[in-house]
Design a protein around this ligand. Structure first.
Ligand code: 3HC
Length: 658
């Protein structure tokens, strides 16, 4: 028998256990082991039922993604699952952790499903540019109904066990800890209760006008939401087959669609980013060390960033103190946090209990003496070196000598900030993105003096806060803002060449970016970048450098907050419209600068913008400011709305260069 799958008997019940760390993925060894163990259980006459259970932290989390893109190995998963469903003895899937993708498909091919409270199930294949390829699109609609299947498969969302029970995906839930014991009891119960075992492939789905209507509505919804991503639509096509074709035909077509998706550039890009995100969390050996535990934190500054960062900690149950310079500012900050949580309750994103729990984690003070016992301080004050210096001098006096001192600067020199303290090995950058409690990206910025313990602690903390955390080096704008600046600069150059803000934004949105670059500037405030550029110790010697944005900032057209920026904003509705005066102003400036006016195609705009990012990324790598090229992709996908299905700017550029 394969080591990854084993079988033992508990009287008349066979227990098949999968043990394939870390997540019990369905590798070739697991697939072949499953077939062998089921055959052995069928052959053994004393066995009347089979429990399928997994060791370790989770039930099967899916097919083995590392096998994708390589020649497929037998036995194929759909055949394995046909063996399971066709087994004459009932099979009970005992689920804990997450049953995802091929893992849930395996459970759906079993005759019964039992789950521990707190476990989750899902078919997240669309997130890898795939569709479920082992019967998920055929079995789930039969078991959970068409609408639930469309929701789960096209979104890829993880569904809590309680909801899965309501949908009929799970037959029973248990809150006891001993899953094996409960599963064996369940097996004994069904042996006395049931004469035949439900087989999902035998359930009939009607090709009725009601179902047709449901499909039509979902197609409109999914097309709108997918925005360029192919797999959710391919999944819909396969789900449609579940009502129009026989199970066997539907399964055959599902496999064809699955293999087509697997070969697509989108799936390659999404698989790249899946592994890139996990790789980014791994530290190079030179800086890996045992992290210390962060039990209490303080944030200096209760402005927008400080509040958002404080919520990140409270959301993870870590006590956090907000420090302000006076009581009025502190009250403002704490009230704003309360309001944000209250809004989340109103919109249903948070329960009242959660809101209260989170608020108990947040306290405030106007006194640095209250920092004496905290493990970590994150300074989130103004972007001004003098201000930061004086704060760090005070931290040096008031904090424990081993407390970590972090700055949330976006571009200031962290070595210069660290010069204010006696022990710079505990100084590090923690660059959150706004709004900090929502944005996934976190840059941990190290300076040469930062100790391995400090770095390891911050990387672990980033994961604990639910962030995609990337380690970068110290340099103006670090990695993220520096690349974004190269992207912005190229856009600004094209505005001078005659592209309008609308054309530029539309081109990048059509390419898949969540927002266009000038709309982003208007939203965040044109003065932010303007002031940041002024702090650049080595600005480029180029009169065109961000000239349109600088021009607007100098005239007080700062974007949404002033009603005018690259666009004009309706004071009542906030709706943006083209501002022809601004277009003329930019053109006039371009003529003064001697920039030739011309028409640029959408394709040229897109290519130049992405090339600008990738070129800057290569420079960042050559300067040793990031660990892996793929870390830069993680930054873009999680920080700047870069389409995941394009894999990030570095992956995209490399794939077209090949
Ligand atoms: N195949 C291979 N390796 C996998 C994997 C998979 N399906 N899922 C996770 N891993 C690996 C990760 O790469 C990581 O490896 P590393 O430690 O060497 O970096 C390790 O398992 C742990 O993963 P995470 O760091 O993500 O651990 P978490 O505890 O944070 O999350 C998880 C666990 C929720 C299971 C998450 O890993 C996950 O979402 N995995 C992917 C699930 C998925 O997409 N399944 C569908 C696959 S496609 C499929 O099944 C096709 C079928 O229809 C035919």
């Amino acid at each position: 028998m394969s080591q990854a799958v084993s079988i033992n008997h508990q009287d008349e019940i066979a227990v098949i256990s999968i043990n394939n760390p870390p997540v019990n993925a369905l590798s070739q060894a697991v697939r072949s082991g499953l077939v062998k163990c089921v055959s052995a259980a069928v052959a053994e006459q004393s066995i009347r039922a089979i429990v399928l259970i997994c060791t370790g932290r989770t039930f099967i989390a899916g097919a083995d993604i590392s096998e994708f893109g390589k020649p497929p190995l037998t036995p194929y998963l759909p055949d394995v699952l046909a063996t399971l469903e066709g087994c004459p003895k009932p099979i009970i899937a005992a689920i804990h952790g997450t049953a995802l993708g091929g893992g849930l498909e395996t459970a759906l091919a079993c005759h019964y499903r039992l789950a521990l409270n707190g476990s989750r199930v899902g078919l997240p294949e669309v997130n890898l540019g795939l569709i479920p390829g082992a019967g998920g699109t055929q079995r789930l609609p039969r078991i959970a109904g068409l609408e639930n299947a469309l929701d789960m498969i096209t979104s890829g969302r993880h569904v809590k066990a309680e909801e899965a029970l309501e949908m009929g995906v799970v037959d029973e839930l248990s809150s006891e800890n001993d899953l094996l014991k409960i599963a064996i009891e369940f097996a004994r119960k069904i042996l006395t209760r049931d004469k035949t075992w439900p087989r999902s492939s035998e359930i009939k789905l009607e090709d009725s006008s009601v179902n047709q209507g449901v499909l039509k509505n979902w197609k409109t919804r999914v097309s709108k939401k997918a925005r360029g991503q192919e797999s959710p639509l391919a999944a819909m096509e396969s789900i449609k087959n579940a009502i129009q074709l026989s199970f066997a035909e539907g399964l055959k077509k599902e496999r064809e669609l699955f293999l087509t998706c697997m070969a697509s550039p989108q799936s390659k890009a999404l698989r790249h980013i899946f592994f890139a995100e996990r790789a980014a969390a791994k530290l190079p050996e030179s800086v890996a060390n045992t992290p210390i535990e962060i039990r209490t934190t303080a944030i200096i500054g209760g402005g927008t960033m400080g509040r958002g960062i404080a919520m990140c900690f409270a959301n993870q149950n870590i006590p956090v103190k907000v420090i302000e310079t006076d009581q009025e500012k502190l009250d403002q900050a704490l009230n704003a946090i309360e309001k944000t949580y209250a809004k989340m309750v109103t919109s249903g994103r948070l329960s009242e209990d959660q809101r209260q729990q989170r608020l108990t984690k947040i306290s405030g003070s106007c006194n640095h003496a209250s920092l004496a016992q905290v493990d970590l301080v994150i300074e989130a004050a103004f972007e001004n070196l003098e201000v930061k210096h004086s704060i760090f001098r005070s931290l040096d006096q008031h904090c424990r000598p081993d407390a970590i001192l972090a700055t949330n600067t976006s571009y200031l020199d962290i070595e210069a900030i660290a010069s204010a303290v006696r022990e710079p090995s505990r100084v590090v950058g923690m660059h959150f993105f706004s709004p900090a409690h929502i944005m996934k990206l976190l840059e941990v910025v190290r300076i040469p003096q930062t100790s391995a313990t400090t770095i390891s602690t911050m990387m672990k903390l980033g994961k604990q806060l639910g962030k995609r955390t990337v380690l970068v080096g110290n340099g103006f704008g670090f990695a993220a803002n520096r690349m974004y600046s190269a992207y912005g600069r190229e856009g600004q150059q094209m505005l001078l060449e005659g592209v309008t803000p609308i054309q530029l934004d539309q081109a990048m949105k059509n390419w898949g970016m969540a927002m266009g670059p000038t709309a982003v500037l208007d939203m965040s405030g044109i003065d932010i970048g303007y002031n940041a550029r002024k702090q650049n110790p080595n600005p480029p010697d180029d009169p065109c450098y961000f000239r349109p944005a600088n021009l607007l900032a100098e005239r007080g057209y700062l974007g949404r907050k002033t009603g005018r920026g690259f666009y004009r904003y309706d004071p009542e509705t906030g709706l943006a419209s083209e501002d022809l005066e601004i277009c003329a102003l930019i053109r006039e400036e371009a003529l003064k600068l001697g920039v030739k006016q011309r028409d640029l195609s959408e394709n040229e705009i897109q290519q130049r913008m992405i090339k600008a990012i990738a070129t800057e990324g290569e420079t960042i790598m050559s300067e040793g400011l990031a660990t892996r090229t793929s870390d830069l992709d993680v930054i873009w996908v999680n920080g700047y709305g870069f389409p995941r299905w394009r894999g990030g700017p570095m992956h995209f550029s490399q794939s077209i260069d090949r």
